[in-house]
Ligand binder design. Structure first.
Ligand code: LLP
Length: 405
């Protein structure tokens, strides 16, 4: 394989551009009978080269912070293809989003609506708004990534939509003609989508009957991927659900997939430092850790792990925990897995980490951020180099009074 810049040491993330593009095109194809735009949910993997990959495919972007907005602008997503979501947009963020002229802000509360109106007025613009509603539908996913239940902080209770539309109508600098819904992430069952979209469709008709105009529905993200052999949702069935619920409303549709587009494109490559015998199992101590990939310990996320080099099929597998060097028992990439005999310096690939892997990494234990690599055909490029320890310390200063003692 040709390297475009340099060689890379472990641990590192490695993504296949081909898989990302394939997933994007498959979804676009499945949605082609709808008037639909795909807005890549940048939070899943905000690397500039990843965003650029989708920009080149004509994708829009769903952002949740000014940082993500700037990444999209830097990667060439047109401003009129950016949607800004999130429960806690600050005044500064709203002002910046309105100044650059993004397509839509999804509003999640009445106070936010008032603030957007105020800021839009001061800027002399009309803000295009979508109202994020909470349909109280169980997405049947992990509790930490379900968002459409009434006890979750997201959106406004669906039944309050008419009163908020009424308020919005009285606000001069607000244009509210869109409903938005996102019930959670890693959905493998499509029925919760049907339930949520049905409620949104009913509310759309109700709002129209009250004289409000609705011409756009943002139907969120959340399509799941197989992490341990599950069956991934069938995109044609997804399309049928959309057609059967909101298809007759003549609305433009938006989708905000993240994980589906990038999850399976990525692996984390990590090196065995030591193999330690435990009681009844082995601890494979590797150079990747929970700061690099938090999903296993935060969500009990399962990621298949395979040795990079081919092993003799007859090699007897051992019960193992794959753990990192961090000083916490929660620092594992996998627990109770059967793996072949491994030795120091063997490489392991942790699979399906393209979404919410690098994106959620930290520098805990002062471990610098690790490289990301993008493979394109038979060449690869380092799309994020390893942070240095100096850079990691670089934001900090020791106050003078501590030095001048
Ligand atoms: N739209 C909204 C409003 C969202 O909150 C999210 C994800 C998405 C779209 C994209 O969802 P996706 O298609 O990627 O499922 N860190 C967790 C996932 C958190 C998802 C947060 N919101 C994980 O590692 O599983």
């Amino acid at each position: 394989m040709k390297t475009v810049n340099n060689t890379v040491d472990t641990p590192f993330y490695c993504y296949s551009m081909e898989i990302m593009v394939k997933r994007y095109r498959a979804l676009r194809e499945a949605l082609k009978s709808q008037r639909a735009t795909i807005y890549y949910a940048v939070k899943a993997n905000p690397n500039l080269a990843v965003i650029k990959t989708f920009a080149n495919e004509g994708s829009g972007a769903d952002v949740v912070s000014i940082g993500e907005l700037h990444r999209c602008l830097a990667a060439g997503i047109p401003t009129n293809k950016i949607v800004f979501a999130g429960v806690g947009k600050t005044r500064a963020e709203i002002a910046e989003a309105l100044s650059v002229g993004i397509y839509q802000l999804n509003v999640e509360s009445e106070p936010e609506l008032q603030v957007i109106n105020e800021i839009a007025m001061s800027l002399g613009v009309k803000a295009n708004i979508g109202l994020r509603v909470n349909p109280d539908v169980d997405a049947k996913t992990h509790a930490k990534i379900t968002t459409g239940l009434k006890e979750n902080k997201f959106g406004v209770d669906l039944i309050r939509a008419p009163s908020i539309f009424k308020i919005a109508k009285s606000l001069e600098n607000i244009s509210l003609k869109s409903l938005s819904v996102h019930i959670g992430s890693q959905l493998l069952d499509l029925e919760p989508y049907r339930a949520a979209y049905t409620k949104v469709a009913e509310m759309t008709l109700h709002l129209r009957s009250l004289g409000f105009q609705i011409d756009h529905l943002d139907l969120g993200g959340g399509i799941g991927i197989p992490y341990q052999g599950e069956i991934s949702p069938d995109l044609n069935s997804f399309s049928d659900i959309i057609q059967g619920t909101v298809g007759d409303l003549e609305c433009e549709l938006s989708f905000e997939p993240g994980r589906y587009l990038v999850g399976e494109s990525g692996i984390l490559v990590t090196r065995v430092i030591y193999v330690k015998k435990g009681r009844g199992k082995k601890f494979i101590i590797v150079d990747g850790a929970m700061n690099d990939l938090i999903r296993p310990t935060l969500y009990d996320g399962h990621h298949d792990i395979v040795p990079v080099q081919q092993f003799d099929q007859d090699t007897k597998p051992y019960l193992c925990d794959v753990v990192g060097p961090i000083c916490e028992s929660g620092d594992y990439l996998a627990q109770n897995r059967m793996l072949p005999k491994l030795e120091e310096n063997d490489l392991l690939a942790v699979k399906s980490v393209g979404a919410y892997g690098a994106a959620m990494s930290s520098t805990y234990n002062s471990r610098p951020l690790i490289p990301e690599i993008l493979i394109n055909g038979d060449s690869f490029s380092v799309i994020r180099r390893r942070q240095t320890v100096q850079e990691n310390m670089g934001l900090e200063t020791i106050p003078k009074w501590l030095i001048d003692e």
